[in-house]
Design a protein around this ligand. Structure first.
Ligand code: SAM
Length: 322
């Protein structure tokens, strides 16, 4: 069993099956054994994501082009700040170095109190622990996790909490018997923090996700685990050694944001966002600013971004209403 699994097993022995949300929290964020907290190479050849080498600096340069446009539109304020939620290893730090940059990570600083600028979140919301529920006999029932021998399995829990019930009724189509759902209550809390902090400016969220009508395509929910670039559906295997994600519910971010004064301006594919950043000069500046020796590599990065990620990731643009 994995070390994160041992910790969860002790909890199951003490108190019975654990909510999936707890399973995901320990698997990803246990201070010593969580996937995101363990000192090991998650990126690079043996890593589980698109690596920095595959997409940087082109991704950073194109996002910075948009941020520069927003800064100009806002009248170039001197206190313009870029806050990045879940900044990871700080791969965007260079792209945002022209402004005050505040990376927010577990165990580091929280959001500044008053922000004029951009709050940026790339693959942040899909990594937050979620509650899982199944709709059965007219009610949402929590799904828990327990051990059978040394194998992790799903087991039905009691009625979903009132908050989970409310989330699922609000942001999904009317529930149907037997379907699985995820509720990302932490995403709502983060939107509230951003809603309080952002006095003027934009929130840009880049992620995998769905909108309310699209949720019908996922009768078993959207949980995924990733190892070495391969998506796996058994999310309970080897906790702590694999990344776990749930599709972001863009309807939840958009509607909850609106209730906090963050108006959705658009939701588009990442390819659309990146094309809009490069259209003025056909990407010439991005491709050539590293010198002739870099151009071939950068072309490959652009291709990976537009065709590898561009159609699966989406960008939600929300603006603080003034
Ligand atoms: C999938 S990674 C994305 C990292 C980076 N944005 C990127 O695109 O490479 C999600 C990041 O969110 C961070 N994160 C998760 N929960 C968080 C929290 N409660 N506060 C701050 N950061 C958090 C994780 O530590 C992790 O670095």
């Amino acid at each position: 069993m994995t070390p994160a699994g041992e910790i969860l097993a002790a909890e199951v022995r003490r108190g019975g099956p654990v909510p999936f949300r707890r399973f995901m929290e320990v698997a990803l964020y246990h201070p010593e054994h969580g996937y995101y907290r363990r000192p090991r190479e998650r990126f690079g050849r043996e890593g589980d994501f698109f690596t920095a080498e595959q997409i940087q600096p082109v991704f950073g340069l194109l996002v910075a082009t948009h941020v520069r446009r927003l800064w100009a539109q806002m009248g170039r304020p001197a206190d313009f700040t870029v806050v990045e939620l879940g900044a990871g290893r700080g791969e965007m730090a260079e792209a945002f170095s022209g402004w005050r940059y505040v990376p927010v990570e577990i165990g580091s600083n929280g959001l500044p109190e008053a922000v004029c600028g951009v709050v940026f979140a790339n693959e942040f919301f899909d990594a937050l622990p979620v509650d899982v529920a199944v709709f059965s006999q007219g009610a949402f029932r929590e799904q828990r996790v327990t051990l059978e021998g040394d194998r992790w399995i799903w087991t039905p829990g009691g009625a979903a909490s009132a908050q989970v019930d409310d989330y699922l009724r609000r942001y999904f189509p009317p529930p149907e018997e037997g379907r699985w759902y995820e509720a990302n209550l932490d995403a709502l809390r983060w939107m509230e923090r951003v809603g309080h902090a952002l006095r003027e400016g934009w929130m840009l969220t880049i992620d995998y996700g769905l909108t309310r009508p699209e949720a019908v395509r996922f009768p078993r929910g959207t949980l995924m685990s990733y190892q070495r670039h391969t998506a796996r559906e058994d999310v309970l295997e080897r906790p702590g050694e694999r990344d776990l994600t749930a599709h972001v519910n863009f309807t939840a971010l958009s509607e909850h944001g609106a209730s906090l004064g963050l108006r959705t301006e658009r939701l588009e594919t990442l390819a659309q966002t990146l094309l809009a950043a490069g259209e003025e000069d056909q990407f010439a500046a991005v491709l050539t600013s590293g010198g002739a020796g870099q151009e071939a590599r950068r072309r490959l990065q652009l291709k990976t971004l537009l065709f590898g990620m561009g159609e699966t990731f989406r960008v939600l643009w929300q603006r603080r209403e003034s």
